[in-house]
Design a protein. Sequence first.
Lengths: 624, 349
Amino acid sequence: MRPPLQSVNDCVVKFANVNGSGSASANGLFAKAVFRMGIPLSAKNIFPSNIQGLPTWFEVRVNHKGYIGRRGGVDFMVGVNPHSMVRDVAEVVPGGYFLHDSTKPLAPTLKREDLHYVGIPLTDMCIREYRKPRHRQLFKNVIYVGALAALLDMDFQVFKDLINEQFKRKEKLIPANINALEMGYNYAKEHYECPLGVRIQRGPCEARHLTETNPIFIDGNTATALGAIYGGATVAAWYPITPSTSVVEAFEKYANKLRVDPGTGQKKFAVVQAEDELAALGVVIGGSWNGARSFTATSGPGISLMSEFLGLAYFAEIPAVLVDVQRAGPSTGMPTRVQQSDVISCAYASHGDTKHVLLIPSTPAECFEMMAQSLDLADQLQTPIILLSDLDLGMNDWMSPPLDWEKGRGLDRGKVLDGDALDKMQERFGRYLDVDGDGIPYRTYPATHPEKGAFFTRGTSRDEYATYTENGAEYVKNMDRLIAKWETAKKYVPSPKMRKSPWKTEFGMMFYGTSSSSCYEAMDHLAQKNIWVDTLRVRAFPFNEDVQRFLDNHQYIFVVEQNRDAQMRQLLINECDVNPDKLIAILNYDGMPITAHFIQLEILKLECVSDQLHADALDVNALI
Amino acid sequence: MSFTKSKFRHPKLPTNRRGFTRASYEGAISTLCAGCGHDSISAAIIQACYELELEPHKIAKMSGIGCSSKTPTYFLGKSHGFNSVHGRMPSVATGANLANKDLTYIGVSGDGDTASIGMGQFIHVIRRNLNMLYIVENNGCYGLTKGQDSATADEGSVNKKGIENPFYGLDLASLALQAGASFVGRSFSGDKNQLIPLIKAGLTHKGFAFLDVISPCVTFNNHEHSTKSYGHVRDSKDAVPLDFIAHQDEITAEYDPGSTQEVKMHDGSYIRLYKSREDYDISDPFAALTEVAKYNRQGKILTGLLHADTYKKSLHETLNTSDTPLQKLGDEDLIPDSEFLATINQSLR
């Protein structure tokens, strides 16, 4: 018998359920309770592309140091889906716990010598307590959450408070839910020596950057939607696609709260569910062309369809904001699993010489800020801006610093000439004339002036005055100005974030988006082995000089990403001055969020790293 | 290429009541083939806007790709125009219209742009009843790529190479009726007496106004045995004449009410149809469908206003958007209080 795991505020708790059985809200209650207790956590919903009946998981990582990337392995499994139990049992680490419904005995094949089993007769308890079949199913989930509170030594009052808040508007559901919680709690107390070795307790926390900001618990898509509200978006057009759907749904929800005239009931926004992604981006382009901030949200398959319009917006210089919540491709791929595999397709979407500005958030707070910034940037640069989020960030709840909007901050609509400006103009208005030398021309909205400022927008080649031309010199002048504008964009986009190791090192690590938490964790673990790594979190494309300097200053650079083809590495080779041999790809692309363990393992396997380990520690496997 | 015209105008050119001459509505010189039906439609648009006394800069011209989609360069030179991508004008027009409900939107498309690559967007812009005039300049062939059959080429019509079209020709007016268009008309580029009032009515209609205008391609589809040639259309069309009486116009003539049918528009203007055939209720799209089918079966072309429903809600009414156009909303309308964010943050703890 393996001794049970012992840990305080450092564990992975996973729930294995059947989708459509109401487990999501009970599991969410557990995660929210950890959050309320002030302990850093991440909560990841691992769900099927299905509405009812297939296996679904919810994985909560609790870590007092603030490591909220995925860890890998499970310390405490709540295994209540008979269909996935074989793999669920296998996933638990030696010494870990397996909670199951003991109404029926567990099959002998599911018994592992090195695990500790916690049986609770969930079905039996529900049959005795509830009459309606739906209640019997729903409360089973609440009962195991109550049991966890006792087993893991959690503050039971927090659970009760959450139930009271959750059902504030449906008060009659409160007693039934609290009763179910107590049933589980009491059963565990009576039948097991509570608490067990794995514990979640209020207490001091080393992750001040997370806990001292008065954090919130929010998914990236909701934060993105709020960014669109504060960023002044008025037109949203979209086609439903997992995992981006909740961006526009949340936008509409908040707009209905915030943008409705109380007197007339009229709306200061418009949401159009388009016939497909092509039309969705068409609506955005039309809206932006006519002066309304517009955006769409989609995922990889939508990017493929939108490529034609992206080329138009790039070439005709029309602002457009596009949120790509990436999922696993190619084609339909794994629609409910995560990847960072649209980097190349977004950066160079559409035929001809095109490049697009990408903003890459890695926290909900950045989703909020970068979405608002995207709307400004699109107007300032008169080009599409793609917010490159992903399923893990978009659909899961994250512990995040609160959203912040500086009082008095306004919208920057870029170079738009109004009627007065046109009146004062002596020279002829040239829509594509580089007046300021930054590659960004001035534009006018339709109906600005009776006589001046009208022009013809087109995807065909034109001269500086927007007149159609097939003159090669004029075409080249325009294409070169677009590159000048691209150079300007480098000054506008968010800079990468660097963390330097305390010692000078030839090792660098580059990453972006949701790989970040796991990379920082891996960086700490490597430091404990005297492998010092500087890190650079890329937050935008085009790359600015900070990226180039990082490449110049390191001999070996681990480029960590969640796709097969090392797309960011390709982009760096393509756009920067770097010897490709320096860039070592660390890739995870199984659709599950990357873990620190994996990153560390891959790096330690590298010859350039193992050479630096002490002679007595050369056995890499012994280190991990 | 496009050419600009001489700016010189006779000082005593007549003006409309807003003070605009007809020339104020013109554009660059057309580069289409001499005799192209599309140029007549451009001229009809210019005349209709002049007569309706619209302010040129408050019109937005939208188009897709193709010969027809090039024409917005050749009219309304003081208006903003948007030559978008092939078959996708309806979505761009939708966004533009959502941004500013106060402008007049004219979309010009062709049979390739609408009936093939853009069929999806066409049907869906109708479903949304976007407030715009959508003209298809229908010549049954792809002009810019030298005369291939389009999806509206009639079955059995002979193309430039002498080959009979083996496929069924789509009837865009019937499709528009089926999709719920609130205003549907058909006309002929060579019949300006009918086309101009139809365009005026379509521009005045609050909702989606669709005009299928047969517009012969003189270069690739104007020969014998083509059903989209000038000769064939003239011989086989049955035109229902009409007048458009704008709300600001005086009524000058009295007609025997028994020989006309009137359609009242939302702004007090009305359309007067002169009967030349058995009557049907113009507000009933199914009656219109039947009537069109009857003509099609006989190989004839029914032109005129086919259907008008002036009560149907336009997209802005459906979405209940503010009277102030969305593009005119300022920071104070759009950015919620910082305190509200504090409330949201609190709700997420």
